[in-house]
Write a protein that binds this ligand. Structure first.
Ligand code: SF4
Length: 179
């Protein structure tokens, strides 16, 4: 897996947690004033052994859980849903959701919108994600609060699924028109 850095940060609006910054971003063009341009390019320098990575993340989460009832695991980057990262998003989110259940909130950041996720057939990779921050970082909508730009959607799993169902219904209706 390709990871720029792992740390204990507050990337969730309410919870302290562990953040995994994936290496590689497939947004084109790149977002103006991106905060993490060092994560754009995939290179062997950032390749990490999956088992060792799981162990490092686990130590940080279990340590936090000795102090807090609930913590977050933020998956960000870079672009976690870029082709080189998406399988590792599934691997990490499945592993830690099954291990910690509701004590761990898995938060995924992506430049993709719910529509992009449906159209690119990426739903299987986000099945263990609890909350999402979706949409590009647009500097003209920058804010000091959360998320970093006002256009980005911070939604829970329930809202995400409702949106996905609406998008799928619309896709089905539009494709039926041409049958
Ligand atoms: S998607 Fe994220 S990492 Fe990529 S350019 Fe935009 S802000 Fe930067």
């Amino acid at each position: 897996m390709y990871i720029n850095r792992i740390g204990t940060f507050r990337d969730h609006p309410d919870l302290l947690g562990v953040s995994v910054y994936f290496q590689g971003c497939d947004a084109e063009p790149k977002c103006y004033m991106c905060h993490n341009p060092e994560t754009w390019l995939v290179s062997e320098e950032y390749k990490r052994d999956p088992e060792k990575t799981l162990k490092i993340i686990n130590e940080k989460i279990s340590n936090l859980l000795t102090h807090f009832p609930k913590v977050s695991l933020a998956l960000l980057g870079g672009e976690p849903l870029a082709p080189n990262n998406r399988k590792d998003v599934l691997l990490l989110s499945k592993h830690f959701k099954e291990k910690y259940g509701s004590r761990l909130v898995i938060l995924l950041f992506s430049w993709r919108t719910p529509k992009d996720i449906v159209r690119e057939r990426l739903l299987e990779y986000v099945q263990y994600v609890d909350e999402f921050v979706l949409g590009r970082y647009l500097h003209k909508y920058h804010q000091d609060g959360f998320p970093a730009s006002k256009n980005q959607l911070h939604i829970d799993r329930e809202t995400f699924e409702k949106m996905v169902n609406v998008i799928k219904r619309r896709e089905h209706r539009d494709s039926s028109i041409f049958i």
